[in-house]
Design a protein around this ligand. Structure first.
Ligand SMILES: Nc1ncnc2c1ncn2[C@@H]1O[C@H](COP(=O)(O)OP(=O)(O)OP(=O)(O)O)[C@@H](O)[C@H]1O
Length: 328
């Protein structure tokens, strides 16, 4: 069914280097959330902290009434079974074929007979479209297939929470589109809580219920997708529009006067109404940012009530075309 994760006042440092501080957010049960942020802002560190691989200095992570930051190692081992993690490169064992890689957590953490393991492995391989590739070694397949194999492996213990670390990195736009559809379909099928770290703005616009943004050692914003996508907060707008003008610089920090000058110029440009912005796209004036339609579960996927409600809302927002999709 998916469980809620409640993070409060979380702070993580390495020695003198504070990665982020006082991070508070709630990942709602069964929903899809995306975490954005410039390179090096500690998104991967955040995922590793959530799953208990890194210890924060302060704050709490509450799941099913237990604070993960206070658990002993053997208790943490139990709680980790709630999680499935898809690491950036799939983190597969190079010398094992895909079948054995995907079976690995079942052989390691359960006493299921091989016949049952076979049923589960083939079911998950089918879900991610890898049937027929059981004998392949990770080195013999494409990056996209490795990601899907990593995802199948993350699914075998029926996790309540799935963490995705840049699932789209290194994939071409078409593979990213397929992967996004797979993520949405999976969410409708298994109803777990998803957190996706990504740099891909197109995915962030289409896939999640909620979006967060880490910048300058803080969580700038976390909330429903609509709130972030229509936000006038300069950092959020700069990031979502992939612009150089704004508070985010090449080395992260920018001079305050320079930021103000750039923003004033942008505002002047936006005041003219319809000219192109720095990305070459249509100008997005405050409060009138374009809302991309949400990606819905594909045909053949039974939609639970949550996704039926999302499809109805999308049909109301985006009219006829979405209504056809919603009815499909
Ligand atoms: N085990 C560690 N020990 C010391 N510093 C670390 C450790 N892990 C990460 N860091 C530092 O934490 C910072 C954040 O790293 P992280 O990989 O989480 O960033 P990120 O936002 O995921 O970046 P990217 O988008 O480029 O993948 C970096 O400065 C990194 O060097």
């Amino acid at each position: 069914m998916g469980v809620e994760i409640c993070v409060e006042g979380l702070t993580k440092s390495f020695g003198q280097q504070v990665i982020w501080q006082d991070v508070s957010l709630t990942l709602p049960a069964g929903e899809v959330s995306v975490m954005l942020g410039p390179s090096g802002t500690g998104k991967s560190v955040f995922l590793k902290t959530l799953v208990g691989l890194l210890k924060p200095e302060r704050g709490s992570i509450t799941i099913q009434g237990r604070d993960l930051t206070r658990l002993r190692e053997h208790e943490l081992y139990e709680v980790r079974k709630l999680f499935g993690v898809l690491f950036q490169d799939g983190a597969l064992f190079g010398s094992m074929n895909l079948y054995d890689n995907i079976a690995f957590p079942l052989r390691e953490h359960t006493r299921k007979p091989e016949s049952e393991i076979r049923r589960i492995v083939l079911e998950k391989m089918d879900m991610v479209g890898l049937i027929g590739a059981e004998e392949k070694l990770p080195g013999e397949i494409s990056g996209g297939m490795r990601k899907r194999a990593g995802l199948a492996r993350a699914l075998v213990l029926d996790p309540e929470i799935i963490l995705f670390d840049e699932p789209d990195s290194g994939l071409d736009p078409v593979r990213v589109a397929y992967l996004n559809q797979l993520i949405v379909d999976l969410n409708a099928q298994i109803d777990a809580t998803f957190l996706i770290v990504t740099h891909d703005i197109a995915s962030a616009r289409q896939v999640p219920d909620n979006i967060g943004l880490l910048f300058r050692r803080e969580l700038v914003m976390f909330g429903p997708r609509e709130k972030l996508l229509t936000s006038d907060e300069p950092v959020v707008r700069q990031f979502l529009n992939g612009r150089m003008q704004g508070p985010i610089g090449m080395a992260e920090e920018k001079d305050a006067a320079q930021v103000e000058q750039e923003l004033a110029q942008l505002r002047k440009g936006e005041g003219r109404g319809t000219g192109p912005d720095a990305t070459g796209g249509p100008t997005k004036t405050p409060g009138s940012q374009v809302m991309t339609p949400r990606l819905l579960p594909g045909p053949g996927i039974t939609r639970p009530p949550r996704w039926q409600a999302i499809a109805r809302r999308e049909a109301e927002l985006h009219g006829h075309r979405s209504r056809e999709v919603a009815d499909a």
